[in-house]
Ligand binder design. Structure first.
Ligand SMILES: [Mg+2]
Ligand SMILES: [Zn+2]
Length: 157
């Protein structure tokens, strides 16, 4: 904590917290249900951080493309938070695709800056964890002080 606000942890979702399919996206079945399968070490690493501000920021253009609904995604996030031991402070999803040119889709920083404003986060002292370059770019765009690749943060190496 400092005079500008609290440090927070921003996390990508697919490929960072949960398993992805061949297209590097959340696995979704024929009914549009999303499978939430935690990656190794994720629950163990985050459990002791339950008193931190923990946010998830994720692009899900499958919502735009009709592969699953926002309700299905919300259910998946509830399932995820339950599996993580109720440690998620809040999450933001970008349901758009590139053509929408929205301010939220990573590599833009909109989801991060919006959460920071809502929760009084000091971005400079905060950390972003992700598995792709767009996560690092979004963190930089928002002014997050530190980016850590998911494999390093969760010890997959
Ligand atoms: Mg990812
Ligand atoms: Zn968006």
């Amino acid at each position: 904590m400092n005079e500008n606000g609290n440090a927070a942890l921003f996390l990508d979702l697919a490929g960072t917290l949960v398993r992805i399919d061949e297209s590097r996206e959340l696995p979704v079945d024929a009914r549009g249900n999303i499978a939430i399968d935690l990656l190794p070490g994720v629950a163990e690493k985050l459990a002791p951080m339950h008193d931190h501000l923990i946010f998830i920021v994720t692009n899900q253009s499958k919502i735009k493309r009709g592969r699953f609904t926002m309700a299905a995604f919300e259910a998946a996030m509830e399932d995820l938070d339950r599996k993580l031991g109720d440690i998620v402070t809040a999450w933001k999803v970008c349901p758009h695709d590139d053509a929408d040119n929205c301010p939220c889709r990573k590599p833009k920083g909109g989801m991060i800056t919006e959460l920071a404003e809502l929760y009084g986060v000091d971005l400079k002292s905060s950390t972003m964890v992700g598995d792709q370059e767009i996560d690092e770019l979004a963190a930089r765009a928002a002014g997050v002080g530190r980016f850590v690749p998911a494999r390093d943060f969760f010890g997959w190496t």
